[in-house]
Design a protein around this ligand. Sequence first.
Ligand SMILES: C[S@@+](CC[C@H](N)C(=O)[O-])C[C@H]1O[C@@H](n2cnc3c(N)ncnc32)[C@H](O)[C@@H]1O
Length: 345
Amino acid sequence: MQLVICAIYSMSMWIFSAYAMQTHTQTRWKPEELLVYAQENDLRLPKYNYTIQQNGKNVLQARSTLNHHGACFDPEDPISKSFMADIADHRARKTSTSISTCVLEIGCGMGLLAKKVLASSAIRYDGNEPDYDNFYYVGLDLSKEHLAIATQEIAKFKKHEDFFMGVWDPYEGKFPYVSFGEETFTHIGAFHVGHFWTDEECIQSLKTFESLLMPDGKAYILMGNPHTQVYGPIPSLIYDVRKFFGTEFAGYVEDVPKIAEQLATMGLVPKEQIESPTFKEQIADHYLFVTPEDLCSLVKKHTALNIVYSGTINMHQGDKIMVHTGVIVKKESNYTVTDYLNSKK
Ligand SMILES: C[S@@+](CC[C@H](N)C(=O)[O-])C[C@H]1O[C@@H](n2cnc3c(N)ncnc32)[C@H](O)[C@@H]1O
């Protein structure tokens, strides 16, 4: 009897750990495999659904994701632009002894930013061996379909044979459950992805940025702000009330489709909005909205990273203001084991 119980116990533990591993593994794809996958499944960059304006000009085109995780945007906001400028600067300062530029973009979606960074770093062939090995761009996303589209977009640029660009290295996986080595990346980008984390994942993600960044490296975060107007007045109201009562994650909203349905029934959100195909394609189960102050206090509480910039980024979607939280953090060059241990307290 004891033997049977023991066998059942170890089998259930094995199944449990296999399940846990399966949900937390990362798969590294070869770009060629993703190109075949895109062709077999007839995947291509979708047409844009709407545009977003800044200072009266159309700046971003939004394309629905294929997995109900919002939309993929052109990288024209100021945080993406400083990310690109910082990478270009790192590449420009390169000497024969300096470290490679190693970028990780989490939630890279359909590769709109990756393509732009890789294309702008391309070097025209001048008869010498190119040193494109010196520039790695790791794109991590939950969706293999998105990665396949991203690879297709990047490959369009690579067709120009007299150009060499960095190495595009696509991974399927979920941040922060990743197994990249410590101090691997010079730059980390997280654009329009942090609002899909849970509160625990948000803390874990900040800690993971700290361990994955090389000293002198920076992480760029652009995520949803509770005072955005595009989801109606409710997220902002819920946030303000909870904040008043001292809730740490005042902007965490669970079961969003159900809440949206209830709000529409109560007449607080237009029914047409939640019934529109774009809304249904883009809406996720839960959202985490944070203000720059919220994100900065989490960074200070859980890491020894320095805050280089924090602020709100305002854009317009039609007549509504779309508010984002932008934060840039840095692991200082004199970062020590003591800093690391202090951040673990
Ligand atoms: C709103 S889209 C933004 C895509 C891209 N960053 C952009 O700005 O166009 C969010 C993307 O993040 C991915 N994603 C969401 N949560 C993720 C996570 N925890 N780890 C990795 N990717 C994630 C989704 O699959 C989706 O492609």
